[in-house]
Structures are given as C-alpha cells and as structure tokens.
Design a protein around this ligand. Structure first.
Ligand SMILES: Cc1cc2nc3c(=O)[nH]c(=O)nc-3n(C[C@H](O)[C@H](O)[C@H](O)COP(=O)(O)O)c2cc1C
Length: 149
C-alpha cells in the first residue's frame, strides 16, 4: 500500500502539523505542491490532497498539481484545515478529481489557527488548533482508509 499526500501549508503550517503526525506513524510520501510541480503518481494506491483553506478552496498549487499529475481512476482523499467550519471547502478540488475519474474515499477537516486580515487584530481565531485530539482523529481517519483496502 503506497500513499502520497500532496499538500500546501503556509499560513501557520497547520495542515502540515496534522500530516506530520500521520507521517510519523505511517509510511507516506509527503510532497509540497509549491516545490514539486511534476511527480509520477502511477505507482501509488492512495493519494491525499491536503491544504489550508484559502478563500474557501484548497490552495491553487494543490488544485494545479492535481490537474497536472493525478492519474485517472485513483483512490483519493482530502485533508484540510480552516478557520471557520463550512461544508463546501472541498468543492473545487472535487471538481478536479472527478474529471480524473477518481474515487473519493474520505475527507477530513479540522480547525487551524487563523490570523488572516482582521482576525489578527483580535489575536486570531481557532488558536491552539489543530490540537492533539484533532491530530489523533486525523490518524484514525487515515487508518480507516488504509484498512478498507
Ligand atoms: C489568505 C488566507 C485566506 C483564508 N481563507 C479562509 C477561508 O476562506 N475560510 C476559512 O475558514 N479559513 C480561511 N483562512 C484560514 C486558513 O484556512 C487556516 O488558518 C488554515 O489552517 C491555514 O492552513 P495552513 O497553516 O496549513 O496553511 C485563510 C487564511 C489566509 C492566510
């Protein structure tokens, strides 16, 4: 079982914190979408697309990476962190993966510290997130994906 996770995590590296906890327990290949533009994912059984939420979407580097590199008919999952919970954050990335015939096997989202714009004036929102429970939930989420194979 080979997993690659392509990510963008810049604001407070919130998403990366979650991914690092998964990667510490499970052998996954982590790829920063700002550094890796082309990568052959053919040999991977499971592909994660992960990002902080930027203007209600996954960051464009992850969307573009998936458009460019995601092979047809793969199993994919989404992982993301956000300042304010909403159900619609995966729509843009889903549009890309559906064009590639991907099977979306799961999505995990949790809070991430956000000091963008006016939130900075009040010391940010979702301070302390992702927390340990959220990171552990993410590991459990990942483990359900690899067990169902
Ligand atoms: C430019 C910018 C735009 C953002 N847009 C949203 C948004 O639309 N919805 C939201 O809930 N959070 C938004 N956030 C907060 C981030 O999604 C949140 O802090 C996330 O955890 C950042 O992930 P990262 O540290 O892994 O990059 C935004 C943050 C920045 C800097």
């Amino acid at each position: 079982m080979k997993t690659a996770i392509i990510y963008y995590s810049r604001h407070h590296e919130n998403t990366k914190q979650v991914l690092d906890v998964i990667a510490a327990k499970h052998g996954v290949t982590l790829l920063d979408a700002t550094k890796t533009k082309y990568f052959d994912l053919t040999e991977y059984d499971l592909i994660g697309l992960a990002s902080g939420i930027y203007y209600s979407k996954f960051h464009k580097s992850v969307l573009e990476f998936a458009e460019e590199n995601l092979p047809m008919d793969k199993r994919v999952f989404f992982l993301y962190t956000y300042g304010v919970k909403k159900e619609s954050y995966t729509r843009a990335i889903e549009a890309v993966t559906s064009q590639k015939g991907a099977e979306v096997v799961g999505a995990f989202g949790c809070l991430g510290f956000n000091t963008f714009g006016p939130f900075k004036l009040i010391g940010g929102i979702a301070k302390g997130h992702p927390d340990r429970d959220e990171c552990n939930d993410a590991v459990r989420f990942y483990e359900t994906l690899i067990k169902t194979r």
